[in-house]
Design a protein around this ligand. Structure first.
Ligand code: PBG
Ligand code: ZN
Length: 318
């Protein structure tokens, strides 16, 4: 019997790791099927009509924060379903608020890559095939506003466009939503580990070969990473995020010792998949490793952790 199974009460306290530290990523599918992702065994896309039931399970397990990613039925060049009142995320937010009230803190991913045809996090300029930053941040601010109108607590812009936080904040404030918080994916490093997330099973369209290096931050440039964080704080972000998680302990530590804001860390799809693959080969105990990892992320300075394993490990935490 391993450590965490023996006495979880002691374990949770010793590692200062609690259920309230965990955020669950909820992928809401507009298509009505409960689907396990072949690239991420044990993780499911949740159909809209099963959301209440699924969230009851989440709440029973003591998890009270979810980050919502929408998987729309339709994608088009202008990503129009991303702002629609009856869009999948907007509908889900209203459903959560009316069924769970303040029992669940809702965070929404604000991006367009699952709503457009290219899979890029921005709209492309017509002539050149590069992202049009200004056009994109205007659209992102409209998405954030539509989420605010539907009752979101925290918006989380994930596209890494310059000026996205400032534009979103202004849009929210001028429309009377200054209580809505902003959690910026400030330092999303351009990483090999997003591949499962970009696969066909996730978004019904494979965009795995896409190059996002013109807007995501380089993992090998620590000064630029710190500048991204600083800019987002300056633009009014209430919380910042860094990802991927496992090899970013130095950044987590540095960011936490410089800035006072809450720091969120995401264990991304590729990290989940490699842990699963190793455990499936009998190389180590999956739960034990995930508990090690999450506790190490907290030790380095993470305040909250987004993990595809949040629900599975919750029973070992206080
Ligand atoms: C894009 C986005 C990505 C993730 C969340 N939103 C990465 C990307 O496509 O570059 C990563 C999530 C994961 O891999 O778990 N807006
Ligand atoms: Zn995106």
């Amino acid at each position: 019997m391993v450590d965490y199974e023996y006495n979880y009460y002691e374990f949770s306290k010793r590692c200062s790791l609690y259920k309230k530290d965990m955020i669950f990523p909820l992928f809401v599918d507009e298509n009505d099927k409960f689907q396990e992702l072949n690239v991420m065994p044990g993780f499911f896309k949740i159909p809209y009509n099963s959301i209440i039931h699924f969230l009851e399970k989440i709440v029973e397990n003591g998890i009270h924060s979810v980050i919502l990613f929408g998987i729309p039925k339709l994608r088009n060049n202008q990503a129009t379903t991303a702002t629609s009142t009856n869009g999948i995320v907007q509908k889900t937010l209203r459903l959560i608020k009316s069924n769970f009230g303040n029992k669940i803190t809702t965070i929404t991913d604000v991006c367009i890559c699952q709503y457009n045809n290219t899979g890029h996090c921005g709209l492309l300029e017509k002539a050149k095939k590069i992202v049009d930053n200004d056009l994109t941040i205007e659209l992102l601010s409209k998405i954030a506003l539509s989420h605010a109108i539907s009752g979101v607590d925290v918006v989380a812009p994930s596209s890494m466009m310059d000026g996205q936080v400032q534009r979103i904040k202004k849009k929210l404030d001028t429309n009377g939503f200054n209580k809505v918080k902003i959690l910026s994916f400030s330092a999303k490093q351009c990483s090999s580990l997003y591949k499962p997330f970009r696969s066909e099973t996730f978004f019904n369209k494979s965009v795995s070969e896409i190059d996002k290096s013109t807007y995501q931050v380089s993992y090998y440039n620590p000064r630029q990473i710190l500048r991204e964080i600083e800019m987002d704080i300056h633009e009014g972000s209430n919380m910042v995020m860094i990802k991927p998680a496992m090899a970013s302990l130095d950044l987590i530590y540095r960011i936490k010792s410089i800035y006072q804001l809450p720091l969120v860390v995401q264990v991304v799809s590729g990290e989940y998949s490699m842990i699963k693959a190793a455990a499936a080969n009998g190389l180590f105990d999956e739960t034990w490793y995930i508990l090690n990892l999450i506790s190490e992320l907290k030790r380095a300075g993470a305040d909250k952790i987004i993990s595809y394993s949040s629900l599975n490990i919750s029973k070992y935490l206080l």
